[in-house]
Design a binder for this molecule. Sequence first.
Ligand SMILES: C[S@@+](CC[C@H](N)C(=O)[O-])C[C@H]1O[C@@H](n2cnc3c(N)ncnc32)[C@H](O)[C@@H]1O
Length: 216
Amino acid sequence: MRNPLTSAWHNLRYAIDRTFKTGNRRHEFEHKYRKHGDYFGYRTNPYETLKYARTMELMRAWRPSNDSALEIGCSVGVFTAMIAPEFARVVAVDIASEALGLAAKATGHAPNVSYIQSDLVSLNAGQTFEVIFCAEVLMYVPEKQAPEACQVLDRHLAPGGLIIEVTQQDREAGAPKFFHGWDKVLGKYFEVAHREKFDDPDRPYEIVAYRRKAAK
Ligand SMILES: C[S@@+](CC[C@H](N)C(=O)[O-])C[C@H]1O[C@@H](n2cnc3c(N)ncnc32)[C@H](O)[C@@H]1O
């Protein structure tokens, strides 16, 4: 039985965050998932299905090993369920606990997948990963926190590991709710190992793999 007080709390906090522009997005996502379930349509939208298939294909070609994966912003777990059989260990992270409950169901509670409710910026999973997925999530991190987020990614990346970032390319420049300068920020900490562009007629996107810069 769902607790109506929890919904009211998320709605109130979401309204406060919007009004005072706190930059905290957690309650916005808690509210969206609680009210709509698969809010973004990840289970049904063919555009997303194709993007997942391409990400899987490139991941298989690029990954250094199938030991471990960290997925940041796992949402309702459609992609989590796809990578669960591909790695010995998967940790799925989302800022919204509502998303994690749906993700656990999507994976059929697979025993090799664990879940952490955390903002990327404060994440401490206590382990490193060969592959870190950041699909359509970094733009939610405010610009001033971007360097901290890169340090978190660096701390969680195993030697020789890859960060696979998936991003739509037609985002409105200057849209105040999103930070679109990730290319430059990531470029300070990591280097591009692979890049594929997809000129999807719906919305073009890129799948990019970053690795640590070689020590000089
Ligand atoms: C647009 S969805 C992308 C979902 C998924 N990666 C995909 O491509 O199918 C963004 C997800 O990231 C989560 N999120 C947003 N900001 C976050 C942050 N700072 N740390 C962790 N998760 C975050 C949201 O709750 C949401 O589930």
